[in-house]
Write a protein that binds this ligand. Structure first.
Ligand code: AMP
Length: 453
Protein backbone atom coordinates (compact mmCIF):
# COMPACT_ATOMS: atom_id res chain seq x y z
CA UNK A 1 0.00 0.00 0.00
CA UNK A 2 1.24 3.49 -0.85
CA UNK A 3 2.09 5.79 2.01
CA UNK A 4 -0.07 8.46 0.37
CA UNK A 5 -3.12 6.24 0.58
CA UNK A 6 -2.39 5.57 4.23
CA UNK A 7 -2.12 9.26 4.85
CA UNK A 8 -5.44 9.98 3.17
CA UNK A 9 -6.93 9.97 6.58
CA UNK A 10 -5.03 13.01 7.80
CA UNK A 11 -5.69 12.08 11.41
CA UNK A 12 -2.98 9.47 10.98
CA UNK A 13 -0.39 11.99 9.91
CA UNK A 14 0.86 13.09 13.32
CA UNK A 15 1.36 9.46 14.29
CA UNK A 16 3.21 8.63 11.11
CA UNK A 17 5.40 11.73 11.56
CA UNK A 18 6.12 10.70 15.12
CA UNK A 19 6.99 7.22 14.00
CA UNK A 20 9.36 8.64 11.41
CA UNK A 21 11.03 10.99 13.91
CA UNK A 22 11.35 8.34 16.59
CA UNK A 23 12.81 5.81 14.24
CA UNK A 24 15.28 7.86 12.28
CA UNK A 25 18.32 5.73 11.56
CA UNK A 26 22.03 6.52 11.43
CA UNK A 27 21.86 5.94 7.69
CA UNK A 28 19.18 8.58 7.36
CA UNK A 29 21.41 11.00 9.26
CA UNK A 30 23.86 10.69 6.37
CA UNK A 31 26.50 8.60 8.09
CA UNK A 32 28.99 7.10 5.68
CA UNK A 33 29.22 3.38 4.99
CA UNK A 34 32.48 2.54 6.85
CA UNK A 35 31.10 4.06 10.06
CA UNK A 36 27.63 2.53 9.57
CA UNK A 37 29.26 -0.87 9.30
CA UNK A 38 30.98 -0.40 12.65
CA UNK A 39 27.80 0.91 14.29
CA UNK A 40 25.86 -2.05 12.98
CA UNK A 41 28.43 -4.39 14.47
CA UNK A 42 27.76 -2.74 17.83
CA UNK A 43 24.03 -3.13 17.30
CA UNK A 44 23.40 0.61 17.01
CA UNK A 45 20.79 1.38 14.36
CA UNK A 46 18.92 4.25 15.92
CA UNK A 47 20.63 7.35 17.23
CA UNK A 48 19.95 8.48 20.77
CA UNK A 49 18.29 11.94 21.07
CA UNK A 50 21.59 13.76 21.52
CA UNK A 51 23.02 11.97 18.49
CA UNK A 52 19.97 12.69 16.41
CA UNK A 53 20.12 16.37 17.24
CA UNK A 54 23.88 16.92 17.25
CA UNK A 55 25.05 14.88 14.27
CA UNK A 56 23.31 16.99 11.59
CA UNK A 57 24.70 20.18 13.19
CA UNK A 58 28.19 18.77 13.39
CA UNK A 59 28.15 17.39 9.86
CA UNK A 60 27.47 20.98 8.76
CA UNK A 61 30.70 21.93 10.58
CA UNK A 62 28.94 24.23 13.04
CA UNK A 63 30.10 24.77 16.63
CA UNK A 64 28.05 23.00 19.26
CA UNK A 65 27.23 23.65 22.89
CA UNK A 66 25.84 20.44 24.30
CA UNK A 67 24.22 20.39 27.69
CA UNK A 68 24.15 16.68 28.28
CA UNK A 69 25.18 14.14 30.81
CA UNK A 70 27.20 11.04 30.40
CA UNK A 71 24.93 8.11 29.60
CA UNK A 72 23.05 9.95 26.88
CA UNK A 73 25.28 8.70 24.07
CA UNK A 74 27.19 11.95 23.75
CA UNK A 75 30.52 10.24 22.98
CA UNK A 76 29.15 8.84 19.74
CA UNK A 77 27.38 12.16 19.10
CA UNK A 78 30.76 13.84 18.67
CA UNK A 79 32.94 10.87 17.66
CA UNK A 80 30.87 9.87 14.61
CA UNK A 81 30.87 13.29 12.86
CA UNK A 82 34.56 13.84 13.63
CA UNK A 83 35.43 10.46 12.12
CA UNK A 84 33.27 11.22 9.13
CA UNK A 85 34.92 14.61 8.53
CA UNK A 86 38.40 13.18 8.91
CA UNK A 87 37.58 10.29 6.60
CA UNK A 88 36.26 12.63 3.92
CA UNK A 89 39.05 15.22 4.41
CA UNK A 90 41.88 12.69 4.46
CA UNK A 91 41.04 10.24 1.78
CA UNK A 92 44.01 11.16 -0.37
CA UNK A 93 46.31 12.48 2.34
CA UNK A 94 49.87 11.23 2.35
CA UNK A 95 52.81 11.61 4.71
CA UNK A 96 52.97 11.82 8.50
CA UNK A 97 49.63 11.93 10.30
CA UNK A 98 49.07 15.13 12.26
CA UNK A 99 46.68 15.74 15.11
CA UNK A 100 43.55 17.06 13.45
CA UNK A 101 41.07 16.39 16.23
CA UNK A 102 41.62 16.98 19.93
CA UNK A 103 39.30 15.76 22.69
CA UNK A 104 39.98 16.94 26.23
CA UNK A 105 38.28 15.08 29.04
CA UNK A 106 38.80 15.23 32.82
CA UNK A 107 39.77 11.67 33.78
CA UNK A 108 41.90 8.88 32.42
CA UNK A 109 39.02 6.40 32.57
CA UNK A 110 36.87 8.69 30.49
CA UNK A 111 39.77 9.31 28.10
CA UNK A 112 40.28 5.58 27.59
CA UNK A 113 36.58 5.07 27.03
CA UNK A 114 36.44 7.85 24.43
CA UNK A 115 39.54 6.47 22.71
CA UNK A 116 37.89 3.03 22.61
CA UNK A 117 34.77 4.56 21.05
CA UNK A 118 36.82 6.25 18.30
CA UNK A 119 38.60 2.95 17.67
CA UNK A 120 35.35 1.01 17.46
CA UNK A 121 33.31 3.44 15.39
CA UNK A 122 36.31 4.19 13.17
CA UNK A 123 37.61 0.67 12.66
CA UNK A 124 36.83 0.69 8.92
CA UNK A 125 38.02 4.25 8.31
CA UNK A 126 41.78 3.90 8.79
CA UNK A 127 41.71 6.86 11.18
CA UNK A 128 44.12 6.54 14.07
CA UNK A 129 43.62 7.83 17.59
CA UNK A 130 45.65 7.72 20.75
CA UNK A 131 44.90 8.46 24.36
CA UNK A 132 47.17 10.27 26.80
CA UNK A 133 46.68 10.72 30.54
CA UNK A 134 48.77 11.22 33.65
CA UNK A 135 49.74 8.81 36.40
CA UNK A 136 51.62 6.48 34.05
CA UNK A 137 54.95 6.65 32.27
CA UNK A 138 54.84 8.78 29.19
CA UNK A 139 57.06 6.65 26.91
CA UNK A 140 54.33 4.56 25.25
CA UNK A 141 52.27 7.70 24.77
CA UNK A 142 55.11 9.66 23.19
CA UNK A 143 55.93 6.69 20.93
CA UNK A 144 52.34 6.63 19.66
CA UNK A 145 52.50 10.38 19.08
CA UNK A 146 55.75 10.01 17.15
CA UNK A 147 54.19 7.39 14.91
CA UNK A 148 51.49 9.92 14.11
CA UNK A 149 47.81 10.16 15.04
CA UNK A 150 44.72 11.82 13.58
CA UNK A 151 42.79 12.09 16.83
CA UNK A 152 44.22 12.80 20.26
CA UNK A 153 42.16 12.16 23.39
CA UNK A 154 43.79 13.69 26.45
CA UNK A 155 43.43 14.69 30.05
CA UNK A 156 44.52 18.30 30.59
CA UNK A 157 47.63 17.84 32.77
CA UNK A 158 49.41 15.28 30.57
CA UNK A 159 48.40 17.19 27.45
CA UNK A 160 50.08 20.37 28.68
CA UNK A 161 53.07 18.42 29.90
CA UNK A 162 53.68 16.77 26.52
CA UNK A 163 53.00 20.05 24.74
CA UNK A 164 55.62 21.73 26.92
CA UNK A 165 58.06 18.92 26.13
CA UNK A 166 57.48 19.43 22.40
CA UNK A 167 55.80 16.09 21.68
CA UNK A 168 52.51 17.66 20.73
CA UNK A 169 51.69 20.42 18.31
CA UNK A 170 48.10 21.59 18.03
CA UNK A 171 48.60 23.75 14.96
CA UNK A 172 46.79 21.33 12.64
CA UNK A 173 43.76 20.82 14.86
CA UNK A 174 40.52 21.36 12.96
CA UNK A 175 38.11 19.77 15.45
CA UNK A 176 38.24 20.31 19.20
CA UNK A 177 36.02 18.84 21.89
CA UNK A 178 35.88 19.84 25.52
CA UNK A 179 34.08 17.06 27.34
CA UNK A 180 32.52 17.21 30.82
CA UNK A 181 33.47 20.85 31.23
CA UNK A 182 31.77 21.14 34.62
CA UNK A 183 33.93 18.32 35.96
CA UNK A 184 36.98 20.13 34.66
CA UNK A 185 35.90 23.03 36.82
CA UNK A 186 35.26 20.81 39.87
CA UNK A 187 38.67 19.24 39.46
CA UNK A 188 40.51 22.55 39.10
CA UNK A 189 41.46 22.11 35.43
CA UNK A 190 40.02 25.34 34.08
CA UNK A 191 43.35 27.16 34.12
CA UNK A 192 44.98 24.30 32.19
CA UNK A 193 42.14 24.34 29.68
CA UNK A 194 42.63 28.04 29.04
CA UNK A 195 46.32 27.39 28.40
CA UNK A 196 45.45 24.73 25.83
CA UNK A 197 42.78 26.83 24.12
CA UNK A 198 45.20 29.62 23.23
CA UNK A 199 47.32 27.08 21.33
CA UNK A 200 44.47 25.94 19.09
CA UNK A 201 44.07 27.40 15.59
CA UNK A 202 41.26 29.94 15.46
CA UNK A 203 39.73 28.28 12.40
CA UNK A 204 38.30 25.04 13.67
CA UNK A 205 35.06 23.38 14.65
CA UNK A 206 34.54 23.49 18.41
CA UNK A 207 32.36 21.27 20.53
CA UNK A 208 31.68 21.88 24.19
CA UNK A 209 29.84 19.46 26.48
CA UNK A 210 28.78 19.95 30.06
CA UNK A 211 26.08 18.36 32.20
CA UNK A 212 25.54 21.58 34.16
CA UNK A 213 26.09 25.18 33.16
CA UNK A 214 27.36 27.25 36.09
CA UNK A 215 28.51 30.80 35.25
CA UNK A 216 32.20 29.89 34.97
CA UNK A 217 31.34 27.21 32.42
CA UNK A 218 29.14 29.53 30.38
CA UNK A 219 32.03 32.03 30.24
CA UNK A 220 34.48 29.34 29.19
CA UNK A 221 32.12 28.11 26.48
CA UNK A 222 31.85 31.65 25.12
CA UNK A 223 35.64 31.79 24.88
CA UNK A 224 35.85 28.51 23.06
CA UNK A 225 32.86 28.63 20.73
CA UNK A 226 31.99 30.99 17.91
CA UNK A 227 28.26 31.15 17.41
CA UNK A 228 27.26 27.69 18.52
CA UNK A 229 24.12 25.71 17.95
CA UNK A 230 22.76 24.47 21.25
CA UNK A 231 21.51 21.04 22.13
CA UNK A 232 20.12 20.28 25.55
CA UNK A 233 19.44 16.69 26.45
CA UNK A 234 18.61 15.00 29.70
CA UNK A 235 18.42 17.87 32.14
CA UNK A 236 19.25 16.98 35.71
CA UNK A 237 15.72 15.83 36.48
CA UNK A 238 15.75 13.35 33.65
CA UNK A 239 18.39 11.16 35.27
CA UNK A 240 16.54 11.48 38.53
CA UNK A 241 13.31 10.51 36.84
CA UNK A 242 14.80 7.67 34.83
CA UNK A 243 16.55 6.04 37.73
CA UNK A 244 14.50 4.49 40.48
CA UNK A 245 15.83 5.96 43.70
CA UNK A 246 15.56 4.92 47.31
CA UNK A 247 16.78 6.45 50.53
CA UNK A 248 17.76 4.63 53.71
CA UNK A 249 18.28 6.51 56.96
CA UNK A 250 20.98 4.64 58.81
CA UNK A 251 23.66 5.48 61.35
CA UNK A 252 27.25 5.64 60.15
CA UNK A 253 28.04 2.60 62.28
CA UNK A 254 25.31 0.49 60.74
CA UNK A 255 25.99 1.31 57.12
CA UNK A 256 28.12 -1.82 56.56
CA UNK A 257 25.39 -4.01 58.04
CA UNK A 258 22.71 -2.39 55.93
CA UNK A 259 24.87 -2.86 52.85
CA UNK A 260 25.34 -6.56 53.52
CA UNK A 261 21.65 -6.87 54.34
CA UNK A 262 20.63 -5.37 50.99
CA UNK A 263 23.22 -7.20 48.94
CA UNK A 264 22.38 -10.61 50.36
CA UNK A 265 18.62 -10.37 50.03
CA UNK A 266 18.64 -11.07 46.32
CA UNK A 267 21.14 -12.50 43.94
CA UNK A 268 23.86 -9.90 43.52
CA UNK A 269 23.68 -8.10 40.19
CA UNK A 270 26.33 -5.72 38.93
CA UNK A 271 26.53 -3.12 41.69
CA UNK A 272 28.60 0.02 41.93
CA UNK A 273 29.14 1.33 45.45
CA UNK A 274 30.28 4.90 45.94
CA UNK A 275 32.48 5.90 48.81
CA UNK A 276 33.48 9.48 49.50
CA UNK A 277 37.06 8.53 50.40
CA UNK A 278 39.70 6.09 49.19
CA UNK A 279 40.13 4.76 52.72
CA UNK A 280 36.38 4.25 52.98
CA UNK A 281 36.35 2.34 49.67
CA UNK A 282 39.01 -0.07 50.91
CA UNK A 283 37.14 -0.52 54.18
CA UNK A 284 33.99 -1.50 52.29
CA UNK A 285 35.79 -4.19 50.29
CA UNK A 286 37.32 -5.52 53.51
CA UNK A 287 34.07 -5.96 55.38
CA UNK A 288 32.38 -7.42 52.30
CA UNK A 289 35.19 -9.95 52.13
CA UNK A 290 34.45 -10.96 55.70
CA UNK A 291 30.93 -11.97 54.67
CA UNK A 292 32.16 -13.70 51.51
CA UNK A 293 31.07 -11.05 49.08
CA UNK A 294 33.79 -10.52 46.52
CA UNK A 295 34.34 -6.91 45.52
CA UNK A 296 37.11 -4.73 44.12
CA UNK A 297 37.90 -1.10 44.75
CA UNK A 298 39.08 1.57 42.33
CA UNK A 299 40.44 4.88 43.51
CA UNK A 300 43.39 7.20 43.14
CA UNK A 301 45.73 5.12 45.30
CA UNK A 302 45.39 2.12 43.02
CA UNK A 303 47.77 1.83 40.11
CA UNK A 304 46.45 2.37 36.61
CA UNK A 305 46.84 -1.36 35.95
CA UNK A 306 44.89 -2.31 39.06
CA UNK A 307 42.10 0.07 38.11
CA UNK A 308 41.90 -1.17 34.56
CA UNK A 309 41.89 -4.77 35.71
CA UNK A 310 39.16 -4.14 38.26
CA UNK A 311 37.10 -2.31 35.64
CA UNK A 312 37.51 -5.12 33.15
CA UNK A 313 36.52 -7.74 35.73
CA UNK A 314 33.45 -5.68 36.50
CA UNK A 315 32.52 -5.18 32.85
CA UNK A 316 32.91 -8.86 32.17
CA UNK A 317 30.82 -9.75 35.21
CA UNK A 318 33.68 -11.53 37.01
CA UNK A 319 33.34 -9.04 39.85
CA UNK A 320 29.78 -8.21 40.73
CA UNK A 321 30.52 -5.45 43.21
CA UNK A 322 32.79 -2.54 42.45
CA UNK A 323 33.56 0.10 45.06
CA UNK A 324 34.69 3.46 43.74
CA UNK A 325 35.39 7.03 44.66
CA UNK A 326 33.77 9.68 42.49
CA UNK A 327 36.80 10.55 40.46
CA UNK A 328 37.76 6.95 39.76
CA UNK A 329 34.22 6.12 38.72
CA UNK A 330 33.98 8.76 36.01
CA UNK A 331 34.88 6.49 33.13
CA UNK A 332 32.85 3.48 34.16
CA UNK A 333 30.68 2.53 31.25
CA UNK A 334 28.83 -0.66 32.02
CA UNK A 335 25.67 -0.78 30.01
CA UNK A 336 23.80 -3.16 32.30
CA UNK A 337 24.83 -1.76 35.64
CA UNK A 338 21.87 -2.79 37.78
CA UNK A 339 22.42 -0.93 40.98
CA UNK A 340 24.26 2.09 42.33
CA UNK A 341 24.66 2.35 46.09
CA UNK A 342 25.71 5.63 47.64
CA UNK A 343 27.35 4.29 50.77
CA UNK A 344 28.16 7.91 51.54
CA UNK A 345 26.13 10.79 50.23
CA UNK A 346 28.22 13.19 48.18
CA UNK A 347 28.65 16.68 49.61
CA UNK A 348 28.09 18.21 46.16
CA UNK A 349 24.54 17.69 44.94
CA UNK A 350 25.54 17.49 41.25
CA UNK A 351 27.77 14.54 42.10
CA UNK A 352 24.67 12.65 43.20
CA UNK A 353 23.17 13.09 39.74
CA UNK A 354 26.40 11.97 38.10
CA UNK A 355 26.56 8.94 40.36
CA UNK A 356 23.03 7.73 39.80
CA UNK A 357 23.48 8.40 36.08
CA UNK A 358 25.95 5.49 36.06
CA UNK A 359 22.97 3.21 36.11
CA UNK A 360 19.97 3.48 33.80
CA UNK A 361 22.25 4.32 30.89
CA UNK A 362 21.01 4.77 27.37
CA UNK A 363 17.48 3.36 27.43
CA UNK A 364 17.89 1.02 30.40
CA UNK A 365 16.25 1.78 33.70
CA UNK A 366 18.38 1.67 36.80
CA UNK A 367 18.20 1.63 40.55
CA UNK A 368 20.06 3.90 42.94
CA UNK A 369 20.08 3.42 46.70
CA UNK A 370 21.44 6.05 49.06
CA UNK A 371 22.45 5.66 52.68
CA UNK A 372 22.11 8.79 54.75
CA UNK A 373 23.45 9.17 58.29
CA UNK A 374 22.70 12.04 60.64
CA UNK A 375 25.63 14.12 59.44
CA UNK A 376 24.61 13.76 55.82
CA UNK A 377 21.12 15.20 56.18
CA UNK A 378 22.34 18.61 55.00
CA UNK A 379 23.71 17.07 51.79
CA UNK A 380 20.39 15.35 51.28
CA UNK A 381 18.59 18.67 51.43
CA UNK A 382 20.81 20.03 48.66
CA UNK A 383 20.22 16.92 46.55
CA UNK A 384 16.45 17.18 46.90
CA UNK A 385 16.66 20.82 45.88
CA UNK A 386 18.73 20.02 42.82
CA UNK A 387 16.72 17.08 41.54
CA UNK A 388 13.45 18.81 42.37
CA UNK A 389 12.00 15.78 44.08
CA UNK A 390 12.23 13.88 47.34
CA UNK A 391 13.93 10.52 47.12
CA UNK A 392 11.61 7.71 48.16
CA UNK A 393 12.30 6.95 51.84
CA UNK A 394 12.46 3.30 52.83
CA UNK A 395 11.59 2.93 56.47
CA UNK A 396 11.10 -0.79 56.33
CA UNK A 397 14.60 -2.01 57.15
CA UNK A 398 16.27 -3.27 60.30
CA UNK A 399 18.82 -0.49 60.63
CA UNK A 400 16.53 2.49 60.42
CA UNK A 401 18.05 5.50 62.10
CA UNK A 402 15.70 8.31 62.92
CA UNK A 403 18.23 11.09 62.51
CA UNK A 404 21.04 11.12 65.05
CA UNK A 405 24.02 8.88 64.72
CA UNK A 406 22.87 6.36 67.28
CA UNK A 407 20.96 3.36 66.04
CA UNK A 408 17.29 3.53 66.91
CA UNK A 409 15.71 1.07 69.34
CA UNK A 410 14.28 -0.71 66.34
CA UNK A 411 17.70 -1.00 64.83
CA UNK A 412 19.52 -2.24 67.92
CA UNK A 413 18.03 -5.68 68.13
CA UNK A 414 19.08 -7.15 64.82
CA UNK A 415 22.67 -6.06 65.19
CA UNK A 416 23.38 -9.08 67.29
CA UNK A 417 22.51 -11.41 64.49
CA UNK A 418 23.38 -10.00 61.17
CA UNK A 419 22.98 -13.11 59.12
CA UNK A 420 19.40 -14.26 58.63
CA UNK A 421 18.53 -17.44 60.50
CA UNK A 422 16.59 -19.57 58.10
CA UNK A 423 14.41 -21.52 60.52
CA UNK A 424 13.36 -18.55 62.56
CA UNK A 425 10.90 -16.93 60.21
CA UNK A 426 7.63 -15.60 61.52
CA UNK A 427 4.81 -14.65 59.27
CA UNK A 428 2.31 -13.28 61.75
CA UNK A 429 2.67 -9.54 61.38
CA UNK A 430 0.64 -8.90 64.54
CA UNK A 431 3.24 -10.55 66.71
CA UNK A 432 6.08 -8.37 67.87
CA UNK A 433 8.38 -8.93 64.95
CA UNK A 434 12.09 -8.82 65.06
CA UNK A 435 12.91 -6.47 62.19
CA UNK A 436 15.54 -8.90 60.91
CA UNK A 437 12.98 -11.68 60.70
CA UNK A 438 10.47 -9.28 59.28
CA UNK A 439 12.65 -8.58 56.32
CA UNK A 440 13.15 -12.26 55.73
CA UNK A 441 9.47 -12.56 55.06
CA UNK A 442 9.90 -9.99 52.35
CA UNK A 443 13.05 -11.47 50.98
CA UNK A 444 11.76 -11.86 47.47
CA UNK A 445 10.62 -8.30 47.30
CA UNK A 446 12.94 -5.66 45.91
CA UNK A 447 14.74 -3.99 48.84
CA UNK A 448 13.12 -0.63 48.25
CA UNK A 449 9.63 -1.41 47.14
CA UNK A 450 8.03 -0.82 50.50
CA UNK A 451 7.91 2.73 51.67
CA UNK A 452 6.70 4.69 54.62
CA UNK A 453 3.30 6.09 53.78
P1 AMP B 1 27.88 7.90 26.62
O1 AMP B 1 26.87 8.92 27.07
O2 AMP B 1 28.60 8.35 25.42
O3 AMP B 1 28.79 7.51 27.76
O4 AMP B 1 27.09 6.57 26.16
C1 AMP B 1 26.26 5.84 27.03
C2 AMP B 1 26.07 4.40 26.60
O5 AMP B 1 25.18 4.30 25.50
C3 AMP B 1 27.34 3.71 26.16
O6 AMP B 1 27.34 2.42 26.74
C4 AMP B 1 27.23 3.61 24.66
O7 AMP B 1 27.94 2.51 24.17
C5 AMP B 1 25.73 3.46 24.47
N1 AMP B 1 25.24 4.03 23.19
C6 AMP B 1 25.64 5.17 22.61
N2 AMP B 1 24.96 5.39 21.47
C7 AMP B 1 24.09 4.38 21.33
C8 AMP B 1 23.07 4.05 20.35
N3 AMP B 1 22.83 4.84 19.32
N4 AMP B 1 22.38 2.93 20.52
C9 AMP B 1 22.60 2.13 21.60
N5 AMP B 1 23.52 2.39 22.57
C10 AMP B 1 24.26 3.49 22.44
Amino acid sequence: MHLSSKVQNFKLLPYLCRFYILYMTFKELGIIEPILKALEAKGYTYPSPIQEQSIPILLKRKDLLGCAQTGTGKTAAFAIPILQHLYNDNRNAKGQRRIKALVITPTRELAIQIGDSFTEYGKHTGIVNTVIFGGVKQSSQTQALRRGVDILVATPGRLLDLMDQGYISLKDVQYSVLDEADHMLDMGFIHDIRRVLVKLPAKRQSLFFSATMPTAIVKLSQKMLGNPEKVTIAPKQTTAERVEQALYYVSKKNKPKLLVHLLTRNEIKSTLIFSRTKYGADKITKFLKKVDIHSEAIHGNKSQNQRQKALLNFKEGKTKVLVATDIAARGIDVSDLALVINFDLPNIAETYVHRIGRTGRAAASGIAISFCDGEERAYLKDIHKLIGQEIKLIADHPFLNSGDNEPSEKAKKPQRSQRPRRNDERSDSKKKVDPENKHKNDRRRKPFTKRRD
